[in-house]
Design a binder for this molecule. Structure first.
Ligand SMILES: [Zn+2]
Length: 121
């Protein structure tokens, strides 16, 4: 004879509207966090993975064109700065960083660019 607790099925009770809404909000936050995490692994998401551009004038339109990582909304470039950061092998690199903010959800991102890279290696 086995224990009743082990065989007891979870009661499928209908969820209240409030519970449903809370769960939907929690799911949306989780989804947004996952998308932001994913975006940080894409080109431009970190100093180790800059987007290579041929001119500084491309940085801002390119950053704005990426859209919001969390909701896909339109982003605005709030700041565009020249920074020097070590790459994955510790060599200092001159990078451009564009700070964007989503007009819809307010999520901020930093997108990294490297200038003047020639395609031939
Ligand atoms: Zn957004």
């Amino acid at each position: 004879m086995y224990r009743g607790a082990m065989s007891k099925k979870r009661a499928a009770r209908p969820k209240s509207k409030r519970t449903e809404r809370r769960e939907a909000e929690r799911d949306a936050v989780k989804l947004a966090e996952a998308r932001i995490r994913l975006a940080s692994l894409e080109a431009g998401g970190s100093p180790e993975r800059p987007i290579e551009v041929t001119s500084a004038s491309i940085v801002e339109p390119h950053a704005a064109s990426l859209g919001c990582a969390a909701c896909g909304g339109t982003t605005r470039v709030e700041e565009h700065a020249a920074v020097t950061l070590p790459d994955s092998s510790g060599v200092p690199r001159s990078l451009r960083v564009a700070r964007t903010r989503c007009a819809r959800c307010g999520v901020q991102r930093q997108i990294y660019f490297r200038l003047g890279t020639t395609l031939a290696n």
